[in-house]
Ligand binder design. Structure first.
Ligand code: ZN
Ligand code: ZN
Length: 779
């Protein structure tokens, strides 16, 4: 039969993801001959075979490629002459001499391993560390490169003969799976009591006759014991991939209430783990896209809308619950056991104390969770790198990251062009960093608030770790303009040339890079606070510009913040400030059914009035986050925030979806900028309060007004500048109410909206923007 020759270029992430064994299998399945080699942008393949086989091979590149491979484009040429290849060869490329192989994120257990886990005849039946080339721990166990077993925390578990055989067989699913193991050679679970007494050890189980032994109810199986304790209402620490969780059932609200008390976590929502998507659907609405992302191998926490906003108050006080599905074999074994107790969901919250980094070592678990955990389900495989669960909304069918961490990191986001080596140091409270190499930008995992010394130490360690893993020696450090951020201080002490970038400009650039835009755009950047180029505090900005620079074209009337940093918790202060600036009587507003009389008492009002008039510790900020806080306080939704953003989150949750009302507002030209004056809006809110308008209507009207204001401002900027693309970034765009409306309003005005989809809109995503701005400066 006639043959053809095809030369195929695959662009994307295809190295270090099991792509070549996959190609090897496809080639032999389709009786093709030729070669494959890695290239700087992916892989080049040449094959000869019948036209049908070649066509099928091309199609299956898209449909059957390993799940970690991110194929962007496939180009091919059908060539006239045959080379008459006699075999299929893997050609070593020059780039392989460099450390160019990508390191995989941690991947949830695959279907094949899950089936083996539940198969009594399999030698890995009920073995909690089963994994293969397609699944298991990666990033969190890797100590150094090149990635092979001795350089992981699996190095202390030498492979047994059967495991070694599988490892070396190219047709085996465990071919070159570095963490592969079995009950004979791998780690085991241990179960400990509250005081650290060992209660059961997987090593003591009869693995040769596992099925028979398991049917004995008295068998001391760590999983059985943990499940029984969880079912009985105990709080159990469970070691996962990137750290330790605290788990408990929540169908009885007293149990999570006890966990909150012990963990000193008042009101912040807990994430939950549901046995499967069906269990999630019993509590929340799950769209097909949400189900796809919940069930993806990355297994992020997905914020799902509750069926009833008021349900599950013991888990979440807002309209959403963060849900994830099991991702390790241990999680599956636990839920399989819990089924007999009728439990299909657990609270699964990171084990840490008041915003410190997640615990990840057995020894610290016993020490730091004393008095919190009733028991510990741990194991003897060390976690080398801590990595929290990722957190996603799903917007228009795509991921909208709030936290990009486990399952995503350390995979790069691809850039639309090659980049020099740069270290972008990020912000402070939601710290992250990025390192670049070629067409890849490597964002770090979730780090946390650098003001905690342990978090800052982890930040420094992770920068070193990433630099070593990817062999990156940055030529420049880029950081925030704010001199007090610890990330700024890190950059200054790094010994590298330093570039400082304005906070909101970096947000704008981040959303541009996220969407692969490289042209002038309109940036709508709303968040808490960041230092502006004029020395004042910004936080609700309209810019135009590209990576090379920006012009500030719009903002909001600055808000006085009596008490400085205290306003982030004592949000009644901002509420009073808004009322007084708008000329309203706080006491009257409170009496009219708004905020509590105590928060807006005469004493408080007098105190704030004095501070305002003297300008005493009373910075002014054009901050969207603070505007939300203040309105939340005026409406009596919250007067104090017990966690970051609580006022804004609950204001969003309070809004009626069906309300279209918009308050009258003023856009004023001031100093070459369009300034939104919120004072008339505050006055209308007070009128509404006096008229006893429902809170859900006021909350919706307020956010509708912001959407209308943003759309009008952008439209006027578009008219002046001829720019018709707008990027939306900053922490305030974690607000799903506004995110569901503003893009549509922009489109109506002929402006193409762009939102984040690969990195977070909040400060965690900032470092990507810093990096792109620095790249432009270096040219
Ligand atoms: Zn597997
Ligand atoms: Zn083995």
């Amino acid at each position: 039969m006639e043959k053809v020759r095809a030369n195929i270029r695959v662009n994307g992430i295809v190295q270090g993801v099991g792509f070549r064994p996959f190609i090897h299998k496809q080639i032999s399945d389709h009786s093709l001959l030729g070669w494959i080699r890695n290239t700087s942008s992916g892989a080049e393949i040449e094959i000869e075979g019948t036209p049908e086989r070649v066509q099928l091979f091309l199609e299956e590149l898209w449909t059957k490629a390993p799940k970690l491979a991110l194929i962007e484009t496939v180009d091919y040429d059908m060539l006239p002459d045959l080379k008459h290849y006699t075999e299929f060869e893997i050609i070593q490329s020059k780039t392989e001499a460099e450390r160019n192989t990508l390191i995989s994120p941690d991947v949830c257990i695959c279907d094949d391993c899950l089936a083996e886990l539940r198969d009594p005849k399999n030698r890995r039946y009920r073995y909690p560390f089963i994994n293969c080339t397609n699944c298991g721990p990666r990033f969190t166990i890797i100590k150094d490169v090149p990635y092979d077993r001795p350089k992981t925390t699996m190095g202390s578990f030498p492979m047994c003969v059967p495991c070694d055989r599988e490892y070396h067989e190219i047709t085996d699913r465990r071919y070159h799976a570095q963490p592969t193991c079995c009950p004979d050679c791998g780690p085991q679970l241990q179960y400990y009591g509250a005081d650290g007494t060992l209660l059961a050890d997987g090593r003591d189980l009869d693995w040769k006759n596992r099925a028979a032994a398991y049917s004995d109810p008295a068998e001391p199986d760590p999983v059985k014991l943990a499940a029984a304790d969880l079912a009985a209402g105990k709080i159990v620490a469970v070691k996962g991939l990137g750290g330790i969780h605290l788990a408990c059932r929540f169908d009885d609200p007293k149990i999570p209430a006890e966990l909150r008390k012990r963990k000193h976590r008042d009101e912040k929502p807990f994430a939950v783990m549901c046995a499967d998507a069906r269990a999630a659907r019993r509590r929340c609405a799950v769209s097909p896209a949400e189900a796809r992302i919940l069930e993806s191998f990355r297994r992020p926490i997905v914020l799902l809308r509750k069926h009833d906003r008021a349900s599950l108050p013991q888990i979440s006080e807002n309209a959403y619950v963060g849900v994830m599905l099991p991702y390790t074999p241990v999680h599956y074994l636990l839920f399989d056991e819990l089924e007999r107790y009728g439990v299909d969901s657990l609270v699964m919250t990171s084990a840490n104390l008041s915003d410190l980094p997640i615990l990840y070592r057995n020894s610290e678990a016993f020490e730091k969770l004393r008095g919190i955990a009733d028991a510990f389900l741990l194991n003897d495989r060390d976690i080398h790198v801590r990595c929290d669960d990722s957190l996603m909304y799903v917007v228009n069918g795509s991921e909208y990251p709030l936290r990009r961490s486990r399952g995503y990191v350390p995979f790069p986001v691809t850039s639309f062009k090659p980049l020099p080596p740069i270290l972008a140091c990020g912000a402070e409270q939601k710290a992250s960093f990025c390192l670049s190499k070629g067409r890849y930008v490597f964002p770090s995992q979730h780090i946390g608030d650098l003001k905690n010394i342990e978090t800052y130490e982890n930040y420094i360690q992770q920068i070193d770790h990433f630099e070593r893993l990817y062999d990156i020696r940055p030529e420049l450090a880029v950081c925030d303009l704010h001199p007090d951020y610890l990330s700024t201080q890190y950059a200054e002490e790094s010994g590298l040339p330093v570039l400082k970038v304005q906070h909101h400009f970096a947000h704008m650039a981040s959303c541009m890079a996220d969407n692969r835009l490289d042209e002038a755009v309109i940036g709508i950047v709303w968040d808490g606070t960041g230092l502006g180029t004029d020395g004042t505090i910004w936080g609700a900005e309209f810019f135009t510009g590209d990576y090379g620079g920006f012009v500030r074209r719009g903002s909001i009337w600055p808000i006085s913040l009596p008490g400085g940093d205290r306003v982030t918790h004592e949000i009644w202060r901002t509420g009073l400030s808004l009322l007084l600036d708008a000329g309203e009587d706080p006491e009257y507003a409170a009496r009219s059914g708004g905020s509590s009389a105590e928060a807006f008492s005469r004493t408080h009002a007098a105190q704030v009035k004095t501070q305002l008039s003297l300008g005493l510790n009373c910075p002014r900020a054009s901050s969207m986050g603070r505007l939300f806080d203040g309105v939340s306080a005026i409406l009596g939704i919250r007067t104090e925030a017990s966690y970051e953003g609580q006022g804004a989150i609950l204001l969003e949750a309070a809004a009626a979806d069906s309300c279209e009302r918009v308050y009258n507002y003023i856009l004023e030209e001031r100093g070459g900028m369009l300034v939104f004056d919120w004072r008339p809006v505050i006055r209308q809110i007070c009128t509404d309060l006096k008229d006893a308008a429902p809170q859900e209507v006021i909350a919706a009207s307020f956010m509708n007004t912001l959407v209308a204001m943003a759309a009008e401002t952008a439209e006027r900027i578009a008219e002046d500048t001829g720019l018709h693309k707008a990027v939306l970034s900053g922490g305030s765009f974690q607000n799903m109410y506004m995110l569901a409306r503003l893009p549509g309003e922009l489109e109506k005005r002929g402006i193409m909206p762009y939102i984040h989809n690969r990195v977070a809109a909040n400060d965690e995503g900032l470092s990507l923007g810093q990096l792109m701005i620095a790249e432009r400066k270096m040219r």
